[in-house]
Design a protein around this ligand. Structure first.
Ligand code: SF4
Length: 385
């Protein structure tokens, strides 16, 4: 692993989970230590490196200094406040002016949560991570949530004792990109883990008292393994009983290795309707899950309304999925184009005459029909990620 030596100022990585929109992003590592998943191009061409913990601590102290100044600026007159803020901006210089926007929006949102970046912060030495988390808590004792992405393969290598120490220090939510628990698909997409390790990692996180968010990717098994994707993933989730199951529909981007597999006929694309049927099969097979939130919070998902808390909302979620599947083909096309172009948000919008007319205008303009709608939607989706 590469560890950079010089401190080049506050850093931010490329992504965070949608649920961390209000979190301060604190970069502990750069890029992805695995970087092989065929559907993911996020860190393509980049090298993984660990930021020295001293640099991360400098970042935390910098944010602390700024948020203290924002607080102090609230108690002075407008003119003095302007001078204070200008001094800060000048000190930062043009290059890091974005830092000002990040910190002030975090300050204005109440400084409740911090997300540790990038793709797998738990890969660093447990003692270093604990020191970073402890420093966050020291500087921001009011913080309610410290969260991170982690790979299952990394979590299974961490001792239960260390995970508990991380939890005690203040790490209270981990996001794991399960995507699928079907071994056949995990291998095909080069996810670098197994169903057994997905289950073990999830159970370890829960046993440590850390909230767990698992991501499921409908469509990842293509048409051949669509049912397998649903059934194996449901089986793993039943054994883990996570706090959140987040739906993140597959989209194939031009630069991904999955696109190459698709072009060579190794992988087949499922369309929106097949993915909804797959999701329905997965949800119907969730059993014994207690108090888990199904979240459809990603723009790639066709039906944002298919969410709720299990077990009480299972019927509501199932009905939302069935409402789409029961639509006539012509209505499915209208909704798919409406949702993918941002004109519609839920199936209820099919009854909205203005939105409906807009979508029908597009369908006519582009000559969209049963034969070309999948290609049209695929083209739009790849621009979402
Ligand atoms: S582990 Fe995550 S970030 Fe890394 S390649 Fe796979 S999906 Fe992308």
């Amino acid at each position: 692993m590469i560890t950079s030596k010089t401190y080049d100022g506050f850093e931010v990585g490329p992504i965070r989970p949608p649920s961390e929109a209000k979190s301060l992003l604190l970069r502990v590592t750069r890029n992805c230590p695995w970087n092989k998943c065929k559907f993911c191009r996020l860190y393509k061409g980049t090298k993984f490196s660990i930021r020295p913990k001293e640099h991360v601590i400098k970042d935390i102290d910098l944010v602390k200094r700024w948020t203290d100044l924002f607080k102090a600026a609230e108690d002075v007159d407008a003119q003095t406040r302007k001078i204070l803020i200008n001094d800060l901006k000048n000190e930062l210089g043009e290059e890091q002016s974005w830092f000002y926007s990040s910190v002030i929006s975090w300050y204005q949102s109440g400084m409740k949560s911090i997300f540790l970046q990038d793709s797998n912060s738990l890969v660093i030495k447990p003692n270093d991570l604990i020191e970073i988390i402890t420093h966050i808590k020291k500087q921001f004792p009011e913080i309610e949530r410290i969260t991170s992405y982690a790979r299952s393969e990394t979590v299974v290598r961490i001792s239960d004792e260390d995970l508990k120490r991380m939890a005690d220090a203040g790490l209270n939510r981990i996001h794991i990109g399960m995507e699928t628990a079907a071994d056949t698909i995990l291998k095909l997409v080069d996810k670098g883990t197994t169903k057994a390790n997905h289950i073990l990692a999830g159970q370890k996180v829960k046993a440590a008292g850390i909230e767990l968010s698992e991501y499921y990717m409908p469509g990842l098994g293509g048409n051949e393994y669509s049912d397998l994707n649903a059934l194996e993933t449901a089986d793993a989730l039943n054994q883990i009983n996570p706090d959140y199951i987040r739906i993140r529909t597959l989209a194939i981007t031009d630069q991904s290795r999955l696109k190459e597999d698709y072009e060579q006929g190794i992988f087949t694309r499922t369309n929106d309707t097949k993915m909804i049927a797959e999701l329905l099969l997965m949800i119907e097979n969730l059993k014994g899950i207690t108090s888990t939130i199904i979240s459809s919070d990603h723009i790639l998902n066709l039906l944002p309304e298919a969410e709720g808390r299990l077990p009480k909302d299972k019927e509501k979620i199932v009905n939302a999925l069935k409402s789409y599947l029961d639509l006539p083909e012509s209505e499915k096309i209208i909704y798919r184009i409406g949702r993918r172009t941002g004109i519609m948000n839920t199936i209820q919008d099919l009854k909205h005459s203005v939105r409906r007319n807009l979508v029908q205008g597009l369908i006519e303009q582009y000559g969209i029909n049963n034969n070309n709608v999948d290609a049209f939607v695929d083209d739009i989706l790849k621009n979402f990620i």
